[in-house]
Ligand binder design. Sequence first.
Ligand code: NAG
Ligand code: NAG
Length: 463
Amino acid sequence: VAMSHWAGLLSTAAKVILLVLVVSVVFSRSSLSDRVPEFALTKIEESDIKDDSGKEPVTEDDADPEDLEVFYPTHQWQTLRPGNAVPAGSHVRLNLQTGEREAKLPDSENGKSDTREERRRKRLGKVDVDSNSFTSQELKKALAKMKESEKAERKAHEEEVRKKFRPIEQLKEEFEKLNVKMETDYEIMVKLISKFNSSASTLDEKVAALYDLEYYVHQVDNAKDFLSMGGLQLVIDGLNSTEAALKEHAAFVLGAALSSNPKVQIEAIEGGALQKLLVILATDQPLAVKKKALFALSSMLRHFPYAQQQFLKLGGLQVLRSLFRQKGMETLYVRVVTLLYDLIMEKMLLEDSLHGDQMEERIQQYRQVKLVPAVVEQDWCVVVSNLLAMPEHDTREKVLKTVGVLMAFCKERYRGDQALSSTLSLLRSEYEELAAEEQREGDKDGYFKELLGSVNTIIQELR
Ligand SMILES: *[C@@H]1O[C@H](CO)[C@@H](O)[C@H](O)[C@H]1NC(C)=O
Ligand SMILES: *[C@@H]1O[C@H](CO)[C@@H](O)[C@H](O)[C@H]1NC(C)=O
């Protein structure tokens, strides 16, 4: 992953300088930091930057896992050492004099805003920090793992890349000759935002700026910076642009920034993003625009009961329902059903995942989200079960799962549904055959056997 990022960046952007390469390793999109909102793993390879000897740069590859350190930021800037794991929310900067990366705790803007933020957080139901926290031990382990896989990747690609690209030292020399300043993610985002915001930019340039921004805002800390720079509000405003391409890419950036990022979720809903996304979904728009709007909507709603409640109040469920009456929107069906499934499960699983005070508060928030009654009232039971007639197995898999959870509320509706019972019979014979074949090929717990199991469970429940 790391190496292909290097390669990709090297080939596409001369403007992206060495530091960005390092940072892209650090904040690689597929790294742990995407999945774990509360911590970013930072890996610094200063040795790569500093080594002037022209020899093979010393890397951290062979570090013993026990040597890896979790960095505990204070309110002062402290220099990061190679291999330091930095808790998310820390401010990280590049000291341009020394070339070293430094980190510290973020300043609270002022005393008041902290408590206001606290209160708002309570009201809006911010996803809890603790359930996602990592112990330093876990951080170390994760970091060691990252290093291991990076090492393997690096070995595999080293030769290939070496053939294609000049060695880092040589590049660095050339950059130095050109006296190009190394840019941080922060600086790059500032530039991209002003490109997007400038009236002098062409449509293509704006779209390109959004396209690049989408890459950066995946990283939790970058998304927070994006917010404080005013970029979030700009992309929210971009959602009602008259240009389809801008709407599409603004929704894409928004969805990426929202993913697992409670702070952004709160700001986005206050900035009016929910209404704008629903307008896109409810009106006549190109499929590509709706697809990205649905993506952003999903990121907005997941694990954010306040947004779910607003969504229901604004008639969001009817808007999604209306997609099923529009032509050419078939590719959105399964995404909508998946979103519904996730939201229903999220509420159901809540009680297993939290403890004590937290749990009381969360349950209270989710209690306000009356999703299931609305689902039943709008007859989603049948909208969902009709999708079993779709030909793709993975679509059916998701629909079967959703029908499974809806069973508790839709049973009566399903019992009287002749079309459903014949579809289920057809699916059963199809999957009996495929499961048998799978077994003959030696796959005992195969995919089709599982699908057959889901079909049979539903048939039994309808007896
Ligand atoms: C966008 O441009 C407007 C007008 O030039 C300016 O007032 C605003 O501050 C800019 N917003 C950001 C986030 O840069
Ligand atoms: C988008 O909507 C906001 C308010 O809802 C409005 O201020 C803004 O001018 C609109 N932008 C465009 C391009 O229509």
